[in-house]
Design a protein around this ligand. Structure first.
Ligand code: HEC
Length: 239
């Protein structure tokens, strides 16, 4: 070894030292893993632990439309206004108009069926409880899940007020947020309208397959590549 060792230079003799460390790790690892594997319950890998109720509660933050799981707390429009200006406006604009490509949070009601739909919390979202859920889990963008329940309630109140959905005196809490009716609540089709997904009629009054005639296919129209046959030949044939 040199008398003045340089930190970056590979020291002679380091390989055997590394080998000893590795061997020791393997031995220790084996000593730890073997009894654990023996202790494993049937059908498990013997690693990890069962999460506690408290640990699950820490992750279980979803708030459904009913408002179940909304935490205790409350926040007013004016409290939300102050906080929004400090923490959120840099990306979403002071009035939720959106800065650069960051999403706009307000306005756009009535635009969804036009050529320039503006999908915002006010114009698009069917439930106000989702606003609490989303801010709570995902915002601010650079520090998700860092706000207190009172702060999230206040921001929820403010964004609803920005959209003209609740009055200036609105206080958001676990009772008032689920009771808010969003403008687009009835704009969603909850039942899949495609006939093939629930076509019970065909089960009793079926068309005779012999009477059916295929007039065109996606393959015939060169829309999709063939999916059977030799692989080399399997590509779309554009005219
Ligand atoms: C650094 C920029 C930034 C900051 C600060 C920020 N956001 Fe966002 N926000 C985003 C981005 C990006 C999205 C889109 C995220 C996505 O779609 O996954 C978003 C989406 C949202 C949405 C959903 C919009 C929609 O219609 O889909 C809401 C509501 C929202 N933010 C609220 C807030 C609130 C409240 C704050 C302040 C606590 C905040 N944001 C701070 C960048 C930001």
């Amino acid at each position: 070894m040199s008398s003045s060792p340089r930190r970056c230079a590979p020291a002679r003799g380091s390989a055997p030292i590394l080998a000893v460390i590795l061997a020791a790790t393997v031995v220790v690892g084996a000593a730890v893993l073997v009894p654990a594997a023996h202790a494993a319950a049937p059908g498990s890998y013997g690693i990890g632990t069962t999460p506690t109720e408290a640990e699950i509660a820490g992750w279980s933050i979803a708030v459904p439309p009913s408002g179940a799981n909304l935490p205790p707390g409350h926040g007013s429009v004016s409290q939300g206004s102050d906080l929004f200006g400090t923490v959120c406006a840099v990306c979403h604009g002071a009035f939720g108009e959106g800065v650069a490509d960051y999403p706009r949070l307000a306005g756009g009601v009535g635009s969804l069926a036009t050529v320039a739909p503006a999908e915002t919390v006010g114009s698009y979202w069917p439930y106000a409880t989702t606003l609490f859920d989303f801010i709570n889990r995902a915002m601010p963008f650079y520090a998700p899940h860092s706000l207190t329940p009172d702060q999230v309630y206040a921001l929820t109140a403010f964004i609803l007020n920005l959209n003209g959905i609740v009055p200036d005196g609105f206080v958001a809490d676990a009772q008032t947020v689920p009771a808010v009716k969003m403008p687009n609540r009835d704009g969603f089709i909850w039942k899949d309208p495609r006939p093939l997904t629930h076509d019970t009629e065909c089960m009793t009054k079926c068309v005779d397959p012999a009477s059916l005639r295929i007039t065109s296919t996606a393959k015939g129209d060169h829309l999709t590549p063939r999916t059977t046959g030799p692989v080399d030949d399997m590509k779309a044939k554009h005219p």
